[in-house]
Design a protein around this ligand. Structure first.
Ligand code: ATP
Length: 788
């Protein structure tokens, strides 16, 4: 531009110096980040925080953080609310239970013809070498197994329950039991007290007063010797890789058991509750379980590897498995005699160690019942395939074998009634009978509601209701949403990289963009300024499209938590989804607004309410879409790698069909332009340029190009008559004092002039809705498919 050119007129409407609005946004972002870093430090490293920031009022100690979680339990308080009472005893029996998987090599049976029983007040051990099928059996008994081909019969207090854990009887059974997985999925950023308080909200009968819930939490923590750790963070590795110091392995396991027994279940299933524990912790856990069993009639079923003598003494009965076959089931004191009776003995304590060490050594080295059965005993009870493979289950003698028959008999104070076979059909491809989908027949016919009522009656009412109470289990929908929102909130704010780091990253991306395109909105830049404004808007769109990639590991971690919680029936998908979406929304809006406004102000884009609002709203919607697509991909796809593949493909399509790289009119293959409808960037970019250019004018009195640019253009397009003559020079260099260029021409060029702005917002909102729907359906599918 020549120095003698007049100063450019204002671009469109007024462009006051208020474009410096990026400064307060910048300051806000840093104060926001500092605040949350201090909050996180106050919890993660209270001592250090106290020393460093004693003067700051918001940097309180660790204790204060626990209060809201306890208050969440207060939401349950209601007049006449049910108090969690003693659990009604449950007798669980199973017969002929089997499980097989389809593998590339064919059908593989991992559990065959297993029978047994667990009585109220009894502690039962499921034992066997690795891969014996202990966890599989535990899952089937707990009603969590939905994958694989399942067979057999299960009875709860004499009433049949589907093996696959579906149907009315199973639905009534599930709330009465709890399952403690081998590996917990507690949030590292929550304290022990908060973790228990959250589970109390989710598990205790609806309407349980806060005081009672609090007492229950205190009770289980005291029972597990964890009162001292109430305000300690659970700890562990955060999704970003940050390692948070917290509980020891043993304490963590004890928290699992505390949570598992919190709601006073009738049966508690534990998958290897002692693995990873030192011998003292292992003993205290098993002693606690035995104490609970004796005191309240709790049935305990635990898979366990090789317990030491003191731990072994806590068990009343055991089932020993090997290669999916049952070797023994019965009282612990009979196990040695039985193995000796089949010629495996004698057991010599001085040589073999404890009785259970001897038995497990026998089993671990590859027990082959068929070869070692004494003469006169035959191997029965195992399918022909297993027998042919050289494995066989020895016959259980009459005393030990389970009799699920029509004779009612007293059994641990609970009447054992009739067991019906359920809806089983012969499988042509497998030699175990395979149970079909649940039907009312399993509950004796009749309507679903009646079946549920019968099932509940057989189970003696609700968990914690003392049998026959009418309290509904778990929190209501809204209370669940609030509790889960609180968990999400803690997850974010106690991870400085998550909340403060994100804010800073967004802010500095805005600054970077602003520095690169500094004052590009000034009219002084003429046509070049227009081009830069188009560029900055496109870059902005790409940025919001790509930013969610950094959170893929977070989405994958969320999926793991969700799968575990859904398996434990802690909540249903809808409150989880609502809580998750609502909890992150304020932070997302704040982050995107900071980024958008900082770059907006620094670049000097159009400073009108409509321009700012249009740009900000499009940015927020586009980011939410990008984030949701990533979340959906992580839920729907089997692993992180495939999630990346899908989202990269989506991002590429969004960019190519953004209407920026190539105009749809210019496409040689016109049909391809239909892909514009899957490009969220296309909608956002259209909204951006409309907000920036619609109705605006640009003064061209000083010329639209500098001499150098015009010369370059002439060089590139030598034969272009429009650039050759003095007229061109007049238009492009000295167009005249009154020259005003209407920016609507740009909208016309991109083909968005005639479409109202609201259409693009509606398209973005509809897009977001569709992706949300897809994510929710994915969560529903996940809840059905994976129960382990
Ligand atoms: N989805 C599956 N598909 C195919 N095989 C499976 C599947 N799930 C489990 N298995 C196999 O079933 C067998 C029993 O597994 P399970 O986890 O029940 O053993 P376990 O006795 O609990 O072992 P560990 O003590 O090591 O946990 C194993 O050989 C395992 O590989």
């Amino acid at each position: 531009m020549s120095p003698d050119q007049p100063a450019p007129a204002a671009f469109g409407e007024a462009r006051p110096a208020g474009a410096a609005m990026w400064v307060p946004c910048f300051i806000f972002a840093h104060l926001f980040a500092a605040f949350w870093i201090c909050r996180a430090l106050a919890k993660l490293a209270p001592e250090r925080c106290r020393r460093l920031t004693a003067a700051l009022p918001f940097c309180r100690g660790a204790r204060s953080e626990a209060e809201p979680a306890v208050r969440a339990a207060g939401d349950l308080e209601a007049p006449g609310a049910a108090r969690p009472g003693a659990a009604a005893p449950l007798l669980l029996e199973w017969e002929g239970v089997g499980c097989a998987y389809s593998t590339p090599a064919g059908i593989r049976a991992v559990l065959q013809d297993v029978s047994g029983a667990a009585r109220p007040g009894e502690v039962l051990a499921l034992m066997g070498p690795s891969g014996a099928g202990k966890s599989t059996l535990l899952d089937i008994l707990a009603g969590r197994k939905s994958v694989g081909r399942l067979a057999g019969r299960i009875a709860v207090n004499g009433a049949a329950r589907a093996v696959g854990g579906r149907g009315a009887a199973a639905a009534a059974f599930t709330p009465r039991v709890s399952y403690v997985p081998q590996e917990d999925t507690f949030l590292p950023t929550m304290t022990v007290g908060e973790t228990c308080a959250l589970h109390a909200v989710l598990l205790l009968p609806r309407g349980t007063p806060a005081r009672v819930a609090g007492e229950r939490v205190e009770g289980v923590l005291a029972a597990m010797g964890l009162l001292h750790a109430r305000d300690t963070l659970v700890g562990g590795v955060l999704p970003g890789g940050l390692c948070l110091r917290g509980l020891s392995g043993g304490e963590r396991k004890r928290v699992s058991v505390a949570v598992g027994t919190l709601a006073n279940p009738s049966i508690v299933f534990l998958d290897e509750p002692t693995s990873g524990l030192d011998s003292c912790s292992a003993l205290s856990v098993t002693e606690h379980l035995r104490g609970r069993a004796r005191a309240s009639g709790l049935t305990v079923i635990a898979s366990i590897h090789q317990p030491r003598a003191a731990v072994w003494a806590c068990f009343d009965a055991c089932s020993i498995l090997s290669g999916g076959l049952l070797l023994f089931t019965g009282p612990c004191e009979d196990v040695v005699a039985w193995f000796e009776s089949i010629g495996m003995g004698p057991w010599r304590p001085d040589v073999h160690g404890t009785s259970i060490d001897w038995v497990m050594d026998l089993v671990n080295v590859g027990f082959s019942g068929k070869q070692q059965l004494p003469a006169g005993r035959s191997a029965v009870g195992a399918p022909a395939k297993a027998a042919a493979a050289g494995q066989a289950a020895p016959r259980l003698d009459d005393r030990r074998s389970l009799s699920l028959d029509s004779r009612s008999r007293g059994h641990g104070g609970v009447a054992v009634g009739v067991v019906r076979a359920g809806s089983c059909t012969e499988s042509s491809s497998w030699d175990l009978e395979v149970c079909s989908a649940p039907s009312s027949s399993e509950d004796g016919g009749g309507s679903k509601g009646a079946a549920a009522a019968r099932a509940m009656a057989a189970l003696g009412g609700c968990r914690g209701g003392g049998g026959g109470g009418k309290a509904q289990l778990g929190a209501g929908w809204r209370a669940t949403v609030r509790a889960l929102q609180w968990r999400e909130f803690l997850r974010m704010v106690r991870n400085p990289a998550d909340v403060a780091g994100r804010m800073l990253v967004f802010c500095w991306l805005g600054v970077l963009c602003g520095l690169v395109f500094w004052r590009a909105g000034d009219d002084a830049f003429g046509a070049e300024g227009v081009r830069n404004r188009l560029n900055v808007l496109f870059i902005q769109a790409q940025q919001y499209l790509l930013m969610p990639y950094v959170y893929m590991s977070l989405y994958t971690a969320d999926k793991r938590h969700y799968t575990a919680d859904i398996s434990a029936r802690l909540y249903s998908p809808s409150p989880y989804y609502a809580a998750k979406s609502l909890a992150v929304l304020p932070f997302v809006v704040a982050n995107v607004l900071v980024c958008a406004l900082v770059s907006y102000g620094m670049v000097g884009l159009r400073l009108t309410p409509l321009g700012v609002a249009g740009n900000s709203a499009s940015s927020i919607l586009l980011y939410l879409i990008g984030q949701q697509v990533h979340s959906m991909a992580s839920i729907v796809m089997p692993n992180e790698d495939t999630s990346f593949l899908v989202t990269i493909l989506w991002s590429a399509l969004c960019m190519y069909f953004s209407n920026f790289i190539i105009r749809f009119d210019d496409m040689r293959m016109a049909w391809l332009s239909n892909l514009r409808y899957i490009s969220a960037v296309n909608f956002a970019y259209s909204a951006y340029i409309k907000a920036e250019f619609q109705g605006a004018t640009l003064s061209c009195a000083g010329g639209l190009m500098g001499d150098a640019e015009l010369a370059a253009l002439r060089g590139m397009l030598p034969a272009t008559p429009q650039l050759a003559g003095p007229a061109a020079a007049r238009v492009l260099e000295r167009p005249g004092g009154e020259c005003m260029m209407r920016m609507d021409a740009i909208l016309g060029y991109f083909g968005v002039l005639d479409t109202p702005m609201w259409v693009y917002f509606a398209a973005l909102i509809a897009y977001l809705g569709v992706v949300h729907l897809g994510t929710f359906l994915g969560l529903l599918l996940l809840a059905r498919k994976e129960r382990r």
